[in-house]
Structures are given as structure tokens and as C-alpha cells.
Design a protein around this ligand. Structure first.
Ligand code: CIR
Length: 252
């Protein structure tokens, strides 16, 4: 169960962040409202939520999931894979030091937290354009030193590993077709997301509830069969910046 979450407000210049999505220009008032609704949902699920101020020099910094990883035992300060995002991790370190011992990823390693999928004490580390083998190796050594287990997964398509696969509690994953047959996921029951609804693979488990983006009726029907509380959130403006529900918080 999570007791805390760290989030960061999007800044006025958030639209100058990195994106490959061609979904039009995002609205600042709307993303602020969507972010506020997200924070409210986390609070409603019993988490103590820290909302950090925007970092004007890093327009993507509200995607706090990427510059750090927090486990039950340690916080890892990442070296983000996109040069424009390097530096976001600095102010997070001071915050996370209140909760966990800190470890770091060093040059030439790069790791984005969006590539790190936690399933209880086991970690799947995606190798992507953002997380390189050196970074994954450093992260693996840190995690093992703290008693965790881990393995790497080639990401293939999508920005991060968690763009395509997420944990739904127990031994269940939500996963796109591209990763559904990955041997490392064999032991899981899989909720398959069709190509047209790929974005909903970024569904977030929080204390037994599932937060998912609005607008994916086929997958919603499958999620309903799990019998877990479902919370639908509008994240249109976040999606325009290649982000999703998992990206906007660190939960621990
Ligand atoms: C980026 O390209 O880095 C941001 N615009 C989006 C990051 C999304 N983060 C995530 O999936 N964990």
C-alpha cells in the first residue's frame, strides 16, 4: 500500500516540453485542472500528496516519475535519458532524502523512471531510447543491493516501458499486444489492450483502485470485469505532451 505521493505542478511553459504526439497545442488552464483532479484522486485514496512548484527551466518536470525511482527500501536519483530533462532530478533528491536512503545513476548511464515497472519487490527495467544498458546495469546493482530482484525488457515501441505495460495488482498486468508474449511476463494474467486503445495501457494501480484515462471503452469493459474500483481521469493535455497517469507522480 502507498502512503505518499510526490507530484509537481506543470509550469506555464509546459507546452515547450518534449513531445512526439501530434494532438494539437495543449491548454495551460486545462492541464492545471487535470493535474488538480489527479492530485485530488490520490488524496482521496488516502495518500499524503506533496505538490512541488513548477521548474520553469524544465518544462517536462511535472512528469516526476522519470527523474527518480522510489522502492520500499531506497530512492534512486536517475540520470534522465533526454538531455533537456537532465537536472530535473536535483530538487527531487532533497525531498526524497526525507523518506529513503538515496542512490544515484551516474554518467554514462541513463534511466527514466517511466521505464521501471515495480511489481511488489520485483522490477522490470525497460531498455529504451531513454534508459540505456549502462543505466539499467547500475540500477540493477542498486536494486539487488537493497534486496530487490529485477530483469531487463526491450521496450521496442512507445516512449517508455510503462507506455505499454502496467501492474494491476496481484499477478495481473495490462499490456499491449507488442509486449503480451514477452517471456518475462509469462506468469501473469494479462489484460490485453488493442492497438487502437494503446494509450490506456498506462493505467495506474493505487491501493487497490485503478486510475485510467477516459475514452477507451473496449478496455474499460475488460477492466470492469476485474471487480476493482475504477477511477476515470481526463488527461487530454498530458497526452499531448506524451505523458500519462503514471508519469505524474512518485508513489511509495
Ligand atoms: C518526455 O518526453 O520526456 C515527456 N514529454 C513525457 C514523459 C512521460 N513520462 C512517462 O511516461 N513516465
Amino acid at each position: 500500500m502507498f502512503t505518499h505521493a510526490i507530484t509537481r505542478l506543470p509550469g506555464e511553459n509546459f507546452a515547450s516540453g518534449l513531445t512526439t504526439a501530434q494532438l494539437g497545442s495543449p491548454s495551460y488552464p486545462l492541464i492545471l485542472a487535470q493535474h488538480a483532479a489527479y492530485v485530488d484522486v490520490l488524496r482521496g485514496l488516502g495518500l499524503e500528496v506533496t505538490v512541488l512548484p513548477a521548474l520553469p527551466e524544465h518544462p517536462d518536470a511535472y512528469f516526476v516519475e522519470d527523474p527518480a525511482i522510489v522502492t520500499s527500501k531506497v530512492a534512486v536519483i536517475n540520470r534522465p535519458g533526454a538531455p533537456a530533462r537532465q537536472g530535473e532530478e536535483t530538487s527531487l533528491a532533497a525531498v526524497l532524502a526525507q523518506y529513503r536512503p538515496l542512490e544515484r545513476i551516474y554518467h554514462p548511464g541513463t534511466v527514466d523512471g517511466g521505464d521501471v515497472l515495480m511489481v511488489n519487490e520485483h522490477f522490470f527495467i525497460g531498455l529504451s531510447e531513454r534508459t540505456n544498458p549502462e543505466g539499467a546495469g547500475q540500477l540493477g546493482s542498486i536494486l539487488r543491493r537493497y534486496g530487490h530482484t529485477c530483469e531487463t525488457v526491450p521496450v521496442g515501441q512507445g516512449l517508455h516501458l510503462k507506455s505499454s505495460v502496467n501492474w494491476l495488482g496481484d499477478e495481473r498486468l495490462i499490456v499491449t499486444r507488442a509486449l503480451a508474449d514477452y517471456p518475462g511476463f509469462e506468469r501473469f494474467e494479462k489484460l490485453l489492450v488493442e492497438e487502437a486503445e494503446a494509450y490506456v495501457a498506462n493505467t495506474l494501480w493505487v491501493n487497490g483502485s485503478l486510475l485510467h484515462p477516459t475514452g477507451f471503452p473496449l478496455t474499460r469493459q475488460k477492466l470492469e470485469k476485474l471487480g476493482l474500483p475504477l477511477i476515470e481521469l481526463e488527461v487530454s493535455e498530458v497526452r499531448k505532451m506524451d505523458g500519462g497517469l503514471t508519469c505524474m507522480s512518485l508513489r511509495f
